[in-house]
Design a protein around this ligand. Sequence first.
Ligand code: NAG
Ligand code: NAG
Ligand code: NAG
Ligand code: NAG
Ligand code: NAG
Ligand code: NAG
Ligand code: NAG
Ligand code: NAG
Ligand code: NAG
Length: 469
Amino acid sequence: MQLCLPRKWRGKGITTLSRLPPASRLAHPSTAMRLSCLFVLTACISTVIGWNTFIVPHSPGEDDVPALLEALPDLVENSSIVFQEGLTYNLFSPIKFPKLTNVEVVIEGNLTYATDIASIQGVVSSQNVNYWFVSFAILDRLLLLVVRITFNGGNNVTLRGSTSPNWGWIDAHGQAWWDAEILDRRPNGISFSHITDGVIRDMKIFKPIAHVFATGGSVNLHAFNNRILALSDTDSFPFNTDGFSAGGTNMVFENNFIQNGDDCLTVGDGAKGIVFRDSYCEGGHGLSIGSLGKGGSVANVQNVLIENVTMVNSLYGARFKSWTGGNGLAHNITWRDITFDNIYVTQNYWDQETGPKPNTMNPNNTHVEDFLFENFSGVIRDAPFVEGSCVTDPCWYAVPNATGKEVVIFDLYPDTTSNIRTKNISAKTQTGAPVAVMCDPTTVTNDVGFKCQDGPFVPTASGKESPIE
Ligand SMILES: *[C@@H]1O[C@H](CO)[C@@H](O)[C@H](O)[C@H]1NC(C)=O
Ligand SMILES: *[C@@H]1O[C@H](CO)[C@@H](O)[C@H](O)[C@H]1NC(C)=O
Ligand SMILES: *[C@@H]1O[C@H](CO)[C@@H](O)[C@H](O)[C@H]1NC(C)=O
Ligand SMILES: *[C@@H]1O[C@H](CO)[C@@H](O)[C@H](O)[C@H]1NC(C)=O
Ligand SMILES: *[C@@H]1O[C@H](CO)[C@@H](O)[C@H](O)[C@H]1NC(C)=O
Ligand SMILES: *[C@@H]1O[C@H](CO)[C@@H](O)[C@H](O)[C@H]1NC(C)=O
Ligand SMILES: *[C@@H]1O[C@H](CO)[C@@H](O)[C@H](O)[C@H]1NC(C)=O
Ligand SMILES: *[C@@H]1O[C@H](CO)[C@@H](O)[C@H](O)[C@H]1NC(C)=O
Ligand SMILES: *[C@@H]1O[C@H](CO)[C@@H](O)[C@H](O)[C@H]1NC(C)=O
């Protein structure tokens, strides 16, 4: 049973009209229903035994968001919200979902942002928006970072794209932003926050403007088969196009394909039980924990496993960064089976654009405990190159005294690190020069798997490959 209603319909009290059998459960609305929903100025809700299916209506040339927002109050529970295949929807304003229960949002059509940069910037400042497309939960990333208000944004929520190669793309037209080097009032992509039992699958993001997915505060998340294409067609760099920002608890990210210009994965404060595996990352800055402890804040991350990831043209393979003078603990973090560029662990992250390294007399640091880097192989790009995000001199990523031939850089403070190890690291340099490491023996208390020095990479017995049982 379905209703096709005029666009101005406010949708009160019509969700339990029918007692029809659960013929399709309407995860995939029937063809008949799709056809009857093609009137572009109508909004359609169909209800089968308490399950609502809403086909988002489309008006050529107009913003399609308001019609969805109008219908949302009736779709907060037991609902499918479907952007239909065959249509390119205009996402000219942000979507904020209320708390949802048993809801799937299905993107089978294409979604396009406005191409007019100034209009998007205007919306970002006037509505104080941080994430554009799906702010699941009333959520503002800045607010969360600063105030850390925790609330529940929903239960059993799925965000699903399409497996068709031609449909289901969200096109943010980021290229124009990258070309114009606009860093001001950029909207981020999809915030999937404070959801318990969430799924993000088959999503396809084309040229995002900035960050793509953020999952802060969610619990039990499965994110798989997603694609992010944020490679620039020009010499301009796709700044801050982070792939997945993982916050929250019990999350599995797998089979994702990410081409971007910042961290492929970044695991933030409060994260616990994060698995990221079987994925491809190209063009970005690495598989990262952090940055943690900015401004002396206390940050905690624990139980992270990153495995079987192919890194291509990435500034770093594995990366840990806590701010100079940070606080808190990063504990039980493993990276393994990575083909890479290299490994960089620093408790000394600072913004090199804002001046020299800050005073390190601060007694605190984010402590590092039980880190393992195992089974890495790859080639270090030691022929001189400048990564696209390097727009200052020195580069933001410059490490004092590094030669560019390091497979591992441990930049740590004494008495704040325990049990950081490498094992079965196999690396070559592009030029054939000997592979190097940076490591200060006064900062580590265990055998790190290679001779801890600023100099050649010399594996110790514990760092060599152990036979496979
Ligand atoms: C949603 O569906 C569940 C069963 O799956 C049911 O218990 C609940 O009452 C439904 N909620 C509404 C508002 O219909
Ligand atoms: C969870 O939501 C899906 C739709 O995404 C629905 O099919 C399923 O029945 C829901 N699970 C429960 C336990 O209600
Ligand atoms: C959907 O969007 C993608 C990315 O912009 C584009 O490559 C594709 O051609 C679009 N599909 C259709 C059918 O227009
Ligand atoms: C590693 O990940 C790739 C996808 O990037 C997958 O095809 C392959 O099966 C994975 N290997 C294992 C051992 O799981
Ligand atoms: C370390 O983290 C991994 C990945 O989350 C987890 O499987 C393992 O149980 C943790 N180990 C300990 C000792 O907590
Ligand atoms: C080591 O990693 C490579 C990929 O980098 C993988 O093919 C291989 O199976 C891994 N070895 C083990 C023992 O897991
Ligand atoms: C160091 O950490 C302690 C405990 O968290 C805190 O009380 C103190 O203010 C911190 N010191 C500085 C200089 O940040
Ligand atoms: C050690 O690394 C090599 C090269 O990546 C890989 O082929 C092998 O499987 C690794 N062995 C173990 C035990 O991880
Ligand atoms: C760089 O190397 C020089 C010479 O060995 C040394 O004096 C200096 O302290 C090093 N700088 C850093 C930041 O490690």
